[in-house]
Design a protein around this ligand. Structure first.
Ligand code: SAM
Ligand code: SF4
Ligand code: F3S
Length: 439
């Protein structure tokens, strides 16, 4: 049996594509390995969101030259967002002769055909055309047996000025609501405990389908499915985060008490130049509405540090907003110039050193906020979906609470994949600790 090594980089939507790639390969008779040395086929499912992500892939592909020399029958394929940029596809073809096939983000279904061409010795094969057959049923080989990602839409229409995603993933296409509902029903029936709905802006779900369901409507339909499971979703663009969405989160028992609401910057001027279509004030209005319903509600966010010409005042505004909102966690990135985007043409006099200092300061402030804010859970009992054994702490387990907080506690590995109740006894800056409650 031929063995395939499939590695996905980037966001959860890309990871989900990687699971589809595995599904197609399984159908072709491949089994899977975590060791590239024993693979007959290697697929790197790439991300283009930051330069560092691309450099990493080029480094890995470079090092695979040796593998190919040792095993000339090895097939190496590059899939995912990097391939959708013409200059990158050209670079791969010109400078990395060890690569046999290139597969665009919308051409996953073309993989079997391309692979057969390669196996027949037809030479380099590529398909980066923009098919729209994303909804074609591909049975995924899922990485987890209890947590499932379900893409509800593909692409993005927002063109934030720093972001490559709309260029590499195309325009928004929503999946049919009934297909999503059937998929979730089937996942729940087969024992999945967490359903993560995915899209670059789930709040605009259905807007491209006439008479289609809105995202809050979809959430309410999924909430009706019988079973013991939690519904999560990401990402939610603040410009489209409505009161109806927030009310729906509170009304639906199975929808988690957590919202990932990427703010990107606390400066309205930077937000305008980012083309985010909201101001810091408008963002805080949404947060205030959420906290008026539950002051302990859990929020997380994405932030970019060092956007072109970000001033000290702009950066201070970012620190102010994280102090004001008190996120449970932030995902922060130093701005990375992406060729083809509008921001790539903006003058950027801020040095890398200053950007690095700002990043360190941001993380320092957030660490203090998290530790302090996590203390609100001490004495409370949280419902936790157990993920894994805790790293470097024998006898301990780690999981995520309904609020998306990492919880560490002592327990038996047989609990992995199950919901448990944990009484919270301590707070760190990245997680809370607790005691397993016996049922
Ligand atoms: N669609 C999601 C949204 O708007 O919230 C974000 C998806 S993007 C894949 C994830 C995060 O990467 C963004 O929220 C942003 O913080 C970050 N990001 C995107 N482009 C970036 C760039 N050029 N440099 C640094 N970070 C970037
Ligand atoms: Fe990128 Fe903005 Fe689209 Fe998110 S909403 S994927 S940040 S363009
Ligand atoms: Fe990266 Fe593509 Fe996702 S650029 S973040 S893998 S949509």
């Amino acid at each position: 049996m031929r063995k395939a090594y499939v590695r996905s980089f980037g966001c959860q939507l890309n990871v989900s594509d990687g699971e589809k790639i595995k599904g197609l390969l399984k159908k072709m008779g491949y089994s899977f390995t975590e060791d590239e040395n024993e693979a007959d086929l290697i697929i790197l499912n790439t991300c283009a969101v930051r330069e560092s992500a691309e450099d990493r892939v080029f480094g890995i592909v470079g090092s695979m030259k040796k593998l190919k020399e040792r095993k000339p029958s090895l097939i190496i394929g590059i899939a995912g967002c990097m391939t959708a940029q013409e200059h990158i596809a050209e670079k791969i073809k010109k400078s990395y002769p060890q690569v046999d096939l290139v597969l665009g983000t919308s051409a996953i279904n073309a993989l079997p055909e391309l692979l057969l061409d390669c196996l027949k010795g037809a030479g380099f094969a590529a398909d980066i055309s923009e098919y729209d057959d994303f909804s074609a049923a591909v049975e995924q080989v899922r990485d987890s047996s209890f947590k499932a990602s379900v893409p509800i839409m593909f692409g993005c229409n927002n063109f934030c000025t720093y972001c490559i995603v709309p260029y590499v993933r195309g325009r928004e296409r929503s999946r049919n609501a009934q297909d999503i509902i059937s998929e979730v029903k089937e996942l729940v029936r087969s024992g999945y405990k967490e359903i993560m709905l995915l899209g670059q802006n789930v709040n605009s779900y259905g807007k491209d389908i006439s008479g289609g369901m809105s995202f809050p409507q979809l959430l309410r339909e999924l909430d009706k499915i019988e079973g013991d499971f939690v519904i999560r979703f990401m990402s939610s663009h603040p410009k489209d985060a409505s009161h109806e969405l927030i009310d729906t989160i509170f009304e639906c028992d199975k929808v988690a008490n957590h919202l990932h609401l990427p703010v990107q910057s606390g400066s309205s001027d930077v937000l305008r130049r980012m083309n985010r279509n909201y101001t810091a004030g408008k963002y805080l209005d949404i947060v205030d509405y959420i906290y008026s319903k539950d002051p302990d509600f859990s929020l997380t966010t994405d932030l970019i540090v060092g956007f072109p010409d970000e001033s000290d005042e702009d950066f201070e505004a970012t620190l102010d907003i994280i102090k004001r909102v008190k996120y449970d966690n932030i995902y922060s990135f130093i701005y990375s110039k992406r060729s083809g985007t509008k921001a790539a043409e903006m003058p950027d006099p801020i040095s890398d050193e200053v950007k690095g200092q700002r990043m360190r300061r941001l993380l320092e402030v957030q660490r203090e906020i998290s530790t302090e804010h996590y203390k609100r859970f001490i004495g409370r009992t949280l419902r936790v979906l157990v993920d894994d054994r805790a790293k470097k702490k024998p006898g301990f387990l780690t999981g995520k609470s309904n609020e998306f907080i990492i919880v560490e506690f002592e327990g038996d590995a047989s609990l992995i994949g199950k919901f448990v109740d944990v009484e919270i006894t301590g707070a760190m800056n990245w997680a809370v600790t607790g005691r397993l409650k016996t049922p």
